[in-house]
Design a protein around this ligand. Structure first.
Ligand code: BG6
Length: 480
């Protein structure tokens, strides 16, 4: 149903995500006059606060997390905010909350960023208070379950109150400009698509490296581990965007139909195709850091690193490995996709003192937003001993190509799409389920084989077995 929501109700309004991302994104959209002047934002959480105290709380968050040059019109922005204390575990407070929200005739978007255990009681409370009517949208932030079964439970509970076309599941990677740029690169240029298949591509690498450790998220992270925290969602979405067929349109149904086909075509992963690790004390960026078990305060079998060799079983990708790796306390914060092309079928330069290096496309998602295509070129000279060639980069730095544009927070785009009702960059239920199915099978394999994470020193690229995973196939991880 198409409407622009006139109200936004934020559950978890005092949480970490609200402070770091949601309030700053909304304030930045306000500063750029991208929010409807009438939009009201109602925060709710367990803490006892009134409107004035919440505005204060929000101001402090903005001062901390939003760059000063994006804080225009802060007083008016704060004027949009109000707050209602709520204990979401009982139905009692929901009627007061509905009174605070007022009517929903102008459309309401609800953003649920709370502990997953509160999802079901919250939905029940919303139903009880009549906040589940036709012009209400529901947006859900991860974690949406810990496996297929629990994710289905949450999805069923939400589906009892809201139809799929009003459910918006966040994967904040889809809000990143550079992730969307993958679609532009593939489908707005003619030169890549004819080469984008098993006959021209040798393999793909997807790396999401982080330098941070547990960051105080002890309970959550130790129950999740790298595969559920990063691969199940963000990395599989990146893989789907790289591997999907061209959709017929840039709309929610067409794009998500193609992504889900890829997710369903993922081959079950064999025991020798995954490596897990857990960081030990080491140094990151020259600073000594403790090991995971020390941060946690107890020994644990949770993986803080995972590498997987995946396959998409369809015509386009037959025999092309997708190597994925992600971890905490790696040497750098980097998200990138490497598309390694095959060598030309015949080289006229072979045996002339030159080694051909096949073309490689590196798509830098963060922190650098750049696209580099490595090409073979002639080394200048008179070639008395044969023509010498070398690989040189064709490099596009996005910030240089688009000077003067803000670097936006992923949530700015997603919140705006939520308010306006565009689901293209939100994850559909069938995608989430296909993702979990694949992940559950990998984890079941680990349990069956008694696979526990191998230690790696903080500040390195994971256990050496992860290097071997690629090297067995004659592949080196990019930048190692
Ligand atoms: C979150 C994970 O979904 O993504 C975190 O729970 C991780 O563990 C974060 O740090 C990474 O996001 P970004 O945008 O910093 O790459």
């Amino acid at each position: 149903m198409s409407f622009t929501a006139g109200k936004l109700l934020l559950f978890g309004a005092t949480g970490d995500l609200a402070q770091r991302m949601l309030l700053p994104s909304l304030a930045a959209l306000h500063a750029d006059e991208l929010l409807s002047p009438d939009l009201r934002i109602i925060g709710t959480a367990r803490s006892d606060m009134d409107d004035a105290a919440y505005r204060n709380f929000a101001r402090e968050a903005l001062e901390k997390y939003l760059p000063a040059d994006r804080r225009g019109g802060m007083a008016e922005f704060l004027g949009r905010l109000s707050y209602q204390t709520l204990d979401a575990t009982t139905l009692d407070g929901f009627t007061d909350l509905a009174d605070k929200v007022g009517g929903t005739d102008n459309g309401l978007a609800i953003f649920l960023s709370t502990a997953p255990s509160l999802f079901e009681p919250t939905i029940k409370g919303l139903q009880h208070a009549g906040l589940d009517c036709d012009n209400v949208r529901m947006c859900l932030e991860k974690p949406l379950g810990t496996d297929l079964a629990t994710s289905c439970e949450i999805n069923d509970a939400v589906a009892a109150a809201f139809p799929e076309d009003r459910i918006f599941r966040i994967d904040h990677y889809l809000g990143k400009e550079t992730v969307q740029n993958l679609l532009a690169l593939r489908f707005a240029n003619i030169m890549f698509e004819p080469l984008w298949n098993a006959s021209r591509i040798d393999h793909v690498q997807i790396t999401v490296g982080e330098t941070v450790g547990l960051e105080g998220r002890v309970a959550f992270y130790d129950d999740a581990g790298a595969i559920r925290d990063m691969v199940q969602n963000h990395m599989l979405q990146l893989l789907a965007l790289v591997a999907m067929e061209p959709p017929s349109n840039f709309d929610a149904t067409a794009v998500r139909d193609e992504k889900v086909k890829v997710l369903r075509a993922l081959r079950a992963v064999g025991a020798e195709e995954t490596v897990t690790g857990q960081y030990r004390a080491g140094a990151v960026n020259g600073e000594p850091v403790p090991g995971y078990d020390e941060e946690l305060g107890k020994p644990s079998d949770t993986e803080t690193f995972v590498a997987i060799k995946a396959h998409v079983d369809n015509w386009r990708w037959k025999g092309v490995p997708f190597y994925m790796r992600t971890g905490k306390r790696l040497p750098e914060r980097v998200t990138e996709i490497v598309v390694q092309f095959r060598s030309p079928p015949h080289s006229i330069f072979e045996g002339k003192g030159t080694t051909m290096q096949p073309n490689k496309l590196v798509i830098g998602i963060q922190p650098e937003e750049n696209i580099t295509l490595s090409l073979m070129a002639k080394v200048p000279g008179l070639d008395r001993e044969g023509m010498r060639l070398r690989s040189v980069p064709l490099n596009i730095a996005m910030p240089d190509a688009f000077v003067g544009q803000h670097r936006r927070i992923a949530y700015e785009r997603l919140l705006l799409d939520l308010l306006e009702g565009d689901q293209t960059l939100f994850v559909r239920r069938d995608e989430v389920e296909a993702q979990w199915q694949w992940i559950d099978a990998i984890r079941a394999g680990w349990a069956e084989n008694g696979q526990t994470p191998k230690p790696y020193p903080a500040g390195t690229w994971g256990p050496s077995a992860a290097i071997a995973l690629a090297e067995r196939d004659g592949v080196s991880w990019h930048d190692e």
